[in-house]
Design a protein around this ligand. Sequence first.
Ligand SMILES: [Zn+2]
Length: 269
Amino acid sequence: MDILTHTITGVAIGTVMASFTNKGFEKKLLIIIAGGFGACLPDIDAISLWSGFDATLGRLFALNHSGKEIYSAKFWYSHHAFFHSIFAGILIALVIIAMAYLIKIKFRNLRYTELKSYQKKHNLLLFSFVLGFILHLLQDMPTPCSTWGGVNFFWPLNSYIGGTGHIWWWNNYDIFLIVLAITIINTIMLSISNFKKHILTKITLGIFFIGFTLCIKQINTRGYKFNYTNSTSSYQEHELKSKEIQKQILGESLFNIMLTFDNKLKIYF
Ligand SMILES: [Zn+2]
């Protein structure tokens, strides 16, 4: 799925996590950003497609394969591999927290118990990041099989999960609009300060689950199989079909708005 929908989904779960704290705007904003950051991070493994990859990272790590080959392969650093696993999400979150703690104490007098309490203090940030990360992995599962056959969700196990082809790689405007709606509604709820915390968490969680259910429904009712293994000669056909389906779902006017927005973006959307 496209990086924008992934990131907004992370922001959406961030708004839910932010409702669990009584702290002020700054803390809530950080929790929301952590969700968005966690949700866009797994696609860092697409860096092997970068034109300068072979001359820089490829040479630095003395890799035997070109970035393009690595991207489609099943090395641990290939696309949809280690960085698309729960393990990576948790590990990266813990490394970031440990680094933040070390910077705070200026790398002096490191005490494990203090590190532990620092982590506890920032648990909401941590959860937001990890949940955003995991949601990205779930969103990639209904995309086509291609060369990977899903995502390596339980790395270091070899199994890949998903690759069902329920949705196309991008043009999932309906899903984007649902997660955007969750984000907007929850942000409004967060800014209404009259709510008691336990009410607010129930509201944001409720909005998120309604949106999540709607996304699952949309994914399962495309009525077209986008799936292919390795490469496909029907790529253009799938691409056009995914847009046609969006036109049917959204109606002509909303579809045209989304298409104009899409055409203005420099990324696949
Ligand atoms: Zn991904």
